[in-house]
Design a protein around this ligand. Sequence first.
Ligand code: ADP
Ligand code: MG
Ligand code: MG
Length: 253
Amino acid sequence: MSTLDIRDLQVSIETEQGTKEILKGVNLTVKTGETHAIMGPNGSGKSTLASTIAGHPRYRVDGGSITLDGEDVLAMSVDERARAGLFLAMQYPVEVPGVTMTNFLRTAKTAIDGEAPSLRTWTKDVREAMNQLRIDADFAHRNVNEGFSGGEKKRVEILQLELFKPRFAVLDETDSGLDVDALKVVSEGVNRAQATGAMGTLLITHYTRILRYIKPDFVHVFVDGRVAEEGGAELADRLEDEGYDRFLTPAGK
Ligand code: ADP
Ligand code: MG
Ligand code: MG
């Protein structure tokens, strides 16, 4: 079992108006086999948490730590984070001209594992995963993300998740822009990866819709850069009924 541990994480960015503190002491522990939903109103810092785990240079860590089985994630380059088993959808380029999906997947898999996947099983694994995610076979020969629709990009994101077999996946608003059919297909992919028991998931979402298909073990509500409330799946049900109103100060509404 592996543990991703976030302790008292404080993160800020530089803006034209000066320094803006975004995360103000976030604590979170995710173990492989667990699904954690991070919910919260817009602007509460959910994506900042994802970007900080991903190592986005814009976000400055002012205090606290992120460790993976005791290893300092914040000291790792973006590539090292991927090799350590962190899957962060946004670290992959939006479009890669001239690079086919097949080549990209194989190159990335080789970089992550430190060795090339066995050709015999790999080709089969890719085909099977594409089938399950209802990705058309001709996508294999198309350039990465070039002309992909929003829904296609999300499927390809989950294709990577299934093939790379990370220890921890951070999925930020994976449900956004998906119709119900695509949402189901994408959720099934996450559930398949989660069912191995070898992956922990941080599922970041403003809306409860995706939680009908991916059942969280824990729900954390972000408000103004902090975890304001935590619970089990029932907390998401409550948020579905009540929204985030009770967490917001009148001025913040
Ligand atoms: P969420 O994902 O919960 O909607 P974000 O992490 O995107 O929240 O944003 C948290 C706060 O930080 C917001 O007030 C947002 O405007 C601000 N912020 C985040 N990233 C940037 C950025 N790159 N430049 C300026 N402000 C940012
Ligand atoms: Mg936002
Ligand atoms: Mg966001």
